[in-house]
Design a protein. Structure first.
Length: 143
């Protein structure tokens, strides 16, 4: 795994790794909010990845989107690679609901973060692992 940007280190828990990306959980109970972080140094944009890494990123992202749909049944998935604050390439995957804290507005800065408890983090991890084990198209390793 590449070294996390200090802001990601502060805001996230590392859940594990796919072939290319680390899977991070954002410490905010307002939303099921995850980040895929390609394990490549000095990359700020998707186009800077090799062609094969771009394809693997898309495979892992689409696989994880299916997971989020099956586990959370969101009204919408928000997928974004902004990088305005954290230049290290990372792709947000947020399950959104018409009943969430700031629907339909973007999540950034809209509601104060509610920290996740250790129990909640373990529950999330267990739900994801159960789904990954039933859908083994992508390799995932817990850390």
């Amino acid at each position: 795994m590449v070294r996390l940007h200090p802001q990601l280190e502060k805001d996230c828990t590392v859940l594990g790794e796919f072939t290319l990306c680390s899977l991070l959980l954002v410490n905010d109970a307002n939303y099921p909010w995850f980040i895929l972080l390609p394990n490549r140094e000095n990359i700020t944009e998707i186009h800077q990845l090799s062609s094969s890494d771009q394809q693997q990123l898309l495979r892992e992202s689409m696989f994880f989107c299916r997971c989020l749909e099956d586990v959370y049944h969101p009204d919408k998935l928000n997928i974004a690679a902004l990088g305005n604050v954290v230049p290290q390439l990372h792709i947000h995957h947020i399950a959104r609901f018409t009943t969430d804290a700031c629907w339909p507005a973007p999540v950034w800065g809209a509601a104060a973060a509610i920290p996740l408890t250790a129990e909640k983090i373990n529950n999330i991890k267990n739900h994801l692992l159960t789904w990954f084990n039933k859908n083994p198209e992508q390799t995932f390793r817990c850390v």
